[in-house]
Design a protein around this ligand. Sequence first.
Ligand SMILES: Cc1cc2nc3c(=O)[nH]c(=O)nc-3n(C[C@H](O)[C@H](O)[C@H](O)COP(=O)(O)OP(=O)(O)OC[C@H]3O[C@@H](n4cnc5c(N)ncnc54)[C@H](O)[C@@H]3O)c2cc1C
Length: 297
Amino acid sequence: MINPHPGLPELEYIKPTSLEEASKFLAAHAGEARPFSGGTDCFVRLRDGVLKLNYLVDVKNLDGTKEISFDPKKGLTIGAAVTMNRVAVNPDVIKHYSNLVEAVNSVASYQLRNRATIIGNICNASPAGDTIGTCLALDGVLNIHGMSGSKQIPLNSFFIAPGKTVLQPGDIVVSITLPVPPQGFFGVYKKLGRNVISDLSIVGVTVLGYPSKETASGYKFRIALASVAPVPFVASKAEAVLAEKKITPDVIKEAAQAAMDSITPIDDVRGSARYRKYMVRNLTREALTEVWSKLGK
Ligand SMILES: Cc1cc2nc3c(=O)[nH]c(=O)nc-3n(C[C@H](O)[C@H](O)[C@H](O)COP(=O)(O)OP(=O)(O)OC[C@H]3O[C@@H](n4cnc5c(N)ncnc54)[C@H](O)[C@@H]3O)c2cc1C
């Protein structure tokens, strides 16, 4: 239940100086300590009494968390402490990952994005996370430091349930790597919220498309959906429709219907399940049409 007398509870702020120290502390205090980056999710949940902790572990100054870098072979690596506003103005992001800029700028307000991070958005594991769809569609991989050293986890196997991920006690997400986008790609993010800024999505649709010799249609599309299932996910049946058939307005309609059929939304304060179903179909169709109008030229 929401605490009717909001205010941060007493807890200890821990500022480790190395990833090893941070992992050890988190593992030793599993269940009563969490890492945090911007704190825009953590502090609200702590204030409301939804999250109960004895320790908050600041991971913002640890190795690899502050950098954002682009490598023409490896792609873009965004550290856990890199704020959304830093991502949005980065020249490499603007040049190679313009759809990420769109997704990031759809989150709340400029003020919030001065603190909020993409890694926090991902680790919070909300079905409504606005930056997750783009990272899924780009086949993002999380770089993690844990008790047994470094490991990598593809984002598409990271989420288990709302608020639950495969992270183990002691795990810290250091960064995410987004591979170099395919040649000639174009992508969009369609967010439906109750108002234009500062609201979580009722439905979030990410669409990416690019020419491909591997498919019968000559194009590959990636479609990721948010706020319409327990976790954000890739609508692979809808993608398959667009891989197998020559792209026409009717095939786009068919793919949008397949996206609608793949979701399992709930009723909540932001929208009914029925409304979400129809809006997924409409927004997927709109997004595909927009992407196709660029690619098909
Ligand atoms: C007013 C308001 C409006 C909002 N609007 C939106 C919106 O429009 N769209 C949207 O998607 N979200 C929205 N949010 C939610 C939030 O701002 C985002 O999810 C944000 O990206 C969280 O990033 P953060 O760095 O602040 O996360 P934190 O609060 O620092 O952390 C979030 C979660 O991730 C975990 N975590 C953080 N860093 C790490 C790490 N390095 N390794 C492992 N776990 C980690 C924490 O333990 C916590 O569980 C809103 C929040 C507020 C308060």
